[in-house]
Design a protein around this ligand. Structure first.
Ligand SMILES: N[C@@H](CCC(=O)N[C@@H](CS)C(=O)NCC(=O)O)C(=O)O
Length: 171
């Protein structure tokens, strides 16, 4: 069967997995196309053709073949789009104003707090360690991340799913 959705991804990075989990949950027929990050050429994320789909030259990006090849980049926006398009009853994105507010709250918490702090620490500590960097730089990110994960632990001590009483786009 022709795929309903194409997911542009890269096997070595985490963000596209969030999209693949939702595509599976929604039972959407999809294909995954790998893009080489920080490279031009036919398979590169910096090729002129890919930059038309993803102006930052990053993954994930989706193309919805059931909607005139409409494309979306930025994982939080992709999650919202897929949930609203393929599950319009609001099961995954919230059925009421209040449910949608709680889902948005955790979605934005991830996009603005959790993932950026973890990415920065990963970048400087694992991928590009700076010799003799003041340890307080690492400590700043480690403390911040510890506090954010503690907050998630406290939430998940009280309920099975992060946002609502069921799985949503934020888990
Ligand atoms: N906020 C974006 C981040 C996208 C992003 O940074 N993707 C990484 C992989 S997880 C990437 O493509 N990195 C390549 C680069 O920075 O050039 C999202 O959530 O979609």
């Amino acid at each position: 069967m022709a795929p309903q959705v194409t997911l542009f991804s890269n096997a070595g990075v985490p963000s596209p997995a969030k999209i693949a989990i939702l595509l599976e949950e929604l039972n959407i027929e999809y294909e995954v196309i790998q893009r080489s990050l920080r490279k031009g050429g036919p398979d590169g994320a910096w090729s002129a053709q890919f930059l038309e789909l993803s102006p930052m030259g990053k993954v994930p990006v989706i193309v919805d073949h059931t909607n005139n090849d409409f494309s979306v980049w930025e994982s939080a926006a992709i999650l919202l789009y897929l949930a609203e398009r393929f599950s319009p009853d609001g099961k995954y994105s919230g059925k009421t104003l209040e449910e949608r507010a709680v889902v948005s709250q955790w979605l934005l918490f991830d996009a603005s707090q959790l993932t950026p702090n973890m990415s920065e620490l990963h970048w400087y500590k694992r991928r590009h360690p700076v010799k003799d960097l003041d340890p307080s730089i690492y400590e700043h990110y480690e403390t911040e991340i510890y506090n954010l994960w503690s907050m998630l632990e406290r939430r998940l001590d009280r309920q099975d799913w992060l946002a609502l009483d069921r799985m949503t786009i934020v888990g």
